[in-house]
Structure formats: structure tokens, C-alpha cells
Design a protein around this ligand. Structure first.
Ligand code: DC
Length: 226
């Protein structure tokens, strides 16, 4: 069973994807964390972020594993656990730049298919339902207004001890939205057959419940051999 969850930054899709994966006992593949890990490594090794070929070569050297550890879904990159170091604003900016390179996307899409192929998985990202798994069993597009998303992101960053101004976070989100939706390769876009959920006035549990219903229906359908 492959559950594809796409949507913009701060839409709540990560929390929802995690809730659904836990309820179902599925693996949770956070593809944004993979782009962040590549960006983080590029910054660390002083690889030019604008040099698509160099960043793709770096991405090819990285392997990924996802595991639940208590409250967290943890990503291991070449065996090294990555936590809040890939959530910093500097890495968010760098991830947005590296993810615009077609060569980098090509490498990571292959890696994502490999990670998702062997187990029932929830994959969350921007292009899961359109590019990575166009035949996913369930496709959901989760979104919220930019202001609501900025409020959530600012709260999250403050919780992690980062000092941020709301206007700055909002403007970052709007810029990233533009880059993510306007780029030529795999722009952020709802798949035609994805179910769209706007989460501004919904609780996280409501959204998880809604997605879980869709998964349940799909499981029943495949059990009955349809
Ligand atoms: O979801 P996130 O904020 O952790 O994603 C980090 C960056 O990676 C963001 O700029 C969008 C990009 N990304 C992408 O292009 N494709 C994906 N499947 C996941 C993330």
C-alpha cells in the first residue's frame, strides 16, 4: 500500500502523514528530509548549491533509512541520525535551491521509489502523487492559506528555540511557494486524481481521520480483489 501525501510547506502534511503512518503501522518516508539532508551535506562539504551536477553526484552517495523512535520519525543518512540540524532556516533555503535541479531530483526520486517499494509506506512531499508514485493507492493534497501556514511554521521554529518574526516566516513561505510551484521540474501541483484537503479550520486529528478513511477504503478494495 502506497499513500502519497503532497502539499506546500506548513500545510500540516508532515503531522498528518505521521499520524496516518502510525495508525497503520506503515513506514513514513519524509522526502523533504531527503532534500534537506542533501542540502545540509552540500553546505557542510562546501559544494556549490547552484551546481546541479555536483549536488546530484553528492546525492548519489547518500543512502536513507526511516525509523520511528518514540515520538519521532527519524531519518538516517549514511547511518547518521539527522534531527533539528536539517530543520534550520539556512537548510530550508538551501533545500529549496537544490531541489530545483532536475539532476538532483532524478537521483532522489529513484532513491524514494527504492525506499517505498519494499514496505507499505506513507510518502510525503511535493511530487509523490504526480512523479514518484503516480499509481499510488491513495493520493491526498493537503493545504492551508499562506498566513495559517506561516503561523504554524513560526510556532514550530520558536519551539525549537529559533527566534523568528512572523513577517519573515510568511515572506519565506511565499518565496518558497513561488519557487516550488514555478520551477520547471516537478513543480508543486495537485495530481488530478488526488483528494484535496484544506486544513485551516480542521484539527490535526480530523485530517488524519479523513486520510485514514481513504486508506481504509483502498485496503478494503484491494482485499476484495477489485
Ligand atoms: O517539506 P520540506 O519543507 O521539508 O521540504 C524541503 C524542500 O524540499 C522544499 O523546498 C521543497 C523540497 N521538496 C521537493 O522539492 N520535493 C519533495 N518531494 C519534497 C521536498
Amino acid at each position: 500500500m502506497i499513500v502519497a501525501i503532497d502539499g506546500p510547506a506548513g500545510s500540516g502534511k508532515s503531522t498528518v502523514a505521521e499520524g496516518v503512518a502510525r495508525r497503520r503501522g506503515y513506514q513514513l518516508v519524509d522526502t523533504g528530509a531527503m532534500y534537506r539532508a542533501v542540502a545540509f551535506e552540500a553546505l557542510r562539504r562546501d559544494v556549490d548549491l547552484e551546481d546541479g551536477a555536483a549536488v546530484a553526484e553528492l546525492a548519489r552517495q547518500l543512502d536513507f533509512e526511516f525509523r520511528f523512535d518514540g515520538d519521532d520519525n527519524v531519518v538516517f543518512c549514511n547511518g547518521v541520525r539527522l534531527d533539528e540540524q536539517i530543520r534550520r532556516n539556512e537548510v530550508s533555503r538551501a533545500a529549496s535551491i537544490v531541489s530545483a535541479h532536475p539532476s538532483v531530483r532524478k537521483v532522489l526520486v529513484q532513491t524514494q521509489r527504492g525506499v517505498g517499494e519494499n514496505r507499505s509506506s506513507v510518502l510525503e512531499g511535493r511530487d509523490i502523487g504526480t512523479v514518484v508514485f503516480p499509481d499510488a493507492d491513495v493520493k491526498v493534497f493537503i493545504t492551508a492559506t499562506p498566513e495559517e501556514r506561516a503561523r504554524r511554521r513560526a510556532a514550530q521554529l520558536r519551539e525549537q528555540g529559533e527566534e523568528v518574526r512572523f513577517e519573515e516566516v510568511l515572506s519565506e513561505i511565499e518565496q518558497r511557494d513561488r519557487r516550488d510551484t514555478e520551477r520547471e521540474t516537478a513543480p508543486l501541483k495537485k495530481a488530478d486524481d488526488a483528494v484535496e484537503i484544506v486544513t485551516d479550520d480542521m484539527t490535526v486529528q480530523e485530517v488524519i481521520g479523513r486520510v485514514d478513511e481513504l486508506v481504509e477504503k483502498s485496503v478494503e478494495k484491494s482485499d476484495s480483489g477489485e
